[in-house]
Design a protein around this ligand. Structure first.
Ligand SMILES: Cc1cc2nc3c(=O)[nH]c(=O)nc-3n(C[C@H](O)[C@H](O)[C@H](O)COP(=O)(O)OP(=O)(O)OC[C@H]3O[C@@H](n4cnc5c(N)ncnc54)[C@H](O)[C@@H]3O)c2cc1C
Length: 495
């Protein structure tokens, strides 16, 4: 994994890609199907292409002074500037700095990309956080025993040297959950061991953003009760690896639409793919664990930074809901009605609660055995559970604040049409704003709450990082309560 050569216009003290360099890195012959048709390049599908453009603009922002602090950091030892996506937080201050990047990518996509460029690196950093544990793991597969810990360190270094983007797929395709055989049929497994690495076959699912990223980071979680040794793997490969086939779901955004009509959905989307691995070669230095079932229980600890990312993005989005809600009250002139104030109060409570969980998780952060500062998992899990349980109601409340305006949207062309545009302007103005400006706000709320893009995002929020029943199970298993038990025993006079 040698560093790719730096672009000519990149100063030696940077390891940052421009948007154009990022786009060029996706032009690699990846095998991708959309709507049942093979497409030659990811740019050939309008929704994927618009999504790539949005990600590319994040790369360009790294070079702009106003975004430099949120998107990049300087290695104190060398002075080299890197993307914050690959920053390894060692202190609580580092965590707060790294969070700036999460807030930046969340705002850039209005929270609609759950897997922006800084999400998958958070999982690699999660492996680094447990380096001593992974160093102890031994491959149970004959003939393949790389030094996993060394690979993890080298991969994080490689990612930051190359300003890499990745997708991650941890779960398996959906099939008959009542039978271990159902999951086994699609389970990603080692098929053969070669001197330079292994060959794997099987499938991974909903690898959001895979078609629009450089790499895929994968493991096998859930689905079957006992994972066989040949399926116990944490690894990463380039998306264009021979034998990888990406089958995309139906697109749900409105690329190319007038930004007035669809301020968010016109930005394209991160699409989800079924990823087929057909005898894919994984070089030894891309394997972070192999054949040791005890490493498979590390999902929670390894994903703690990714889950902190998920909660932070939801908090940013909740704050957008507050802002949109207040604007709706302003333009409809409904802000003086106590019942309406109460509805906005509910959205404010949601946003404040998510922020509080993030602050608590960071305040209670502790260094891991690998010396990485990890947010408190109990606070994160409780916050994530709260965020997904209340999401549908918050969406509903925001929709309700809008009344008919959320449905009665006519589009830019209707406003510009000389025969009907003047009716719209005369009949539909808001408080202190034109009918057009009022509609623009409603179009934003539509894209965020009611469009097909919003539908996918709502389903994503509910399950992308474990559905609510599993989060409750995690709280039961992971949050210590000895102190509370002792308090009750003292108060009740129990022995
Ligand atoms: C749009 C989208 C994008 C996603 N992106 C990614 C991604 O990028 N990377 C990634 O790794 N994953 C991603 N996920 C997948 C996510 O990890 C899974 O959807 C989630 O783990 C649930 O698994 P499942 O969908 O296979 O549910 P199934 O196993 O098919 O179960 C269906 C439902 O049954 C219930 N259930 C099943 N088993 C249990 C259990 N043991 N305890 C309690 N309840 C249970 C739950 O309500 C669950 O939702 C994404 C999902 C969606 C919808």
């Amino acid at each position: 994994m040698n560093a790719q050569p730096q672009a000519k216009d990149t100063p030696a003290s940077h390891r940052l890609k421009t948007g154009a360099e990022f786009k060029a890195s996706l032009d690699d012959g990846r095998a991708l199907w959309v709507g049942g048709e093979r497409i030659a390049k990811v740019f050939d599908d309008p929704a994927l292409s618009a999504g790539v453009d949005l990600i590319a603009s994040m790369f360009d922002d790294q070079f702009k002074p106003e975004f430099a602090d949120a998107t990049t950091y300087k290695d104190p030892a060398t002075g080299t500037v890197y993307s914050r996506s690959w920053q390894v937080p060692r202190t609580v201050e580092d965590l707060k700095d790294r969070r700036k990047m999460i807030e930046y990518t969340s705002l850039k996509t209005a929270g609609t990309f759950g897997r922006p460029p800084d999400l998958a690196p958070a999982i690699a950093v999660g492996l680094l956080a447990y380096l001593p544990t992974f160093k102890e793991k031994k491959s149970l597969i004959d003939g393949c025993s790389p030094d996993f810990a060394e690979n993890i360190e080298a991969y994080v270094q490689y990612g930051r040297e190359n300003n890499l983007t990745a997708s991650e797929s941890l779960t398996g395709p959906q099939n008959d959950r009542s039978s271990p055989k159902g999951a086994e049929a699609s389970l990603l497994k080692v098929k053969s061991v070669e001197s330079g690495g292994i060959r794997v076959s099987g499938a991974k699912t909903v690898g959001s953003i895979s078609a629009q990223a450089n790499e895929i980071f994968f493991t096998n979680l859930g689905g079957i009760r006992e994972t066989p040794a040949e399926a116990c793997i944490w690894a990463s490969v380039p998306i264009a690896s021979e034998g990888i086939r990406l089958i995309s779901r139906e697109m749900v955004s409105h690329p190319g639409a007038d930004p007035f009509d669809h301020p968010v959905a016109s930005l394209g989307e991160e699409a989800d793919q079924l990823i087929i691995f057909d005898n894919v070669f994984v070089p030894k230095d891309r394997i972070f664990n192999l054949g040791d079932p005890t490493a498979m229980s590390y999902y929670g600890p390894v994903c703690v930074f990714a889950h902190w990312h998920v909660l932070t993005r939801l908090a940013v989005k909740a704050e957008l809901f507050v802002g949109a809600g207040q604007l709706v009250l302003d333009v409809l002139g409904t802000g003086h009605i106590p019942a309406v104030q109460g509805m906005l109060g509910e959205i404010i409570e949601y946003a404040q609660t998510l922020r509080a969980f993030i602050i608590a998780a960071e305040t209670l952060a502790k260094p891991t055995e690998g010396g990485v500062m990890a947010p408190d998992v109990g606070m994160l899990t409780a916050g994530r559970l709260h965020s997904i349980q209340h999401y549908p109601r918050i969406i509903h409340t925001l929709q309700e604040l809008c009344g008919q305006g959320l449905v009665m949207r006519f589009g830019k062309k209707a406003f510009e049409n000389p025969e009907i545009g003047h009716y719209l302007q005369d009949l539909l103005p808001g408080k202190g704003v034109s009918a057009e400006v009022k509609e623009l706000l409603m179009n934003f709320v539509w894209d965020m709450t009611s469009s097909s893009l919003a539908g996918r995002v709502a389903l994503f929020e509910n399950v992308n990082a474990s559905p609510a029943p599993r989060l409750r199970e995690r709280l039961f298993n992971e949050v210590k309560r000895d102190e509370f038990i002792a308090q009750v025993k003292t108060l009740a006079g129990m022995p």
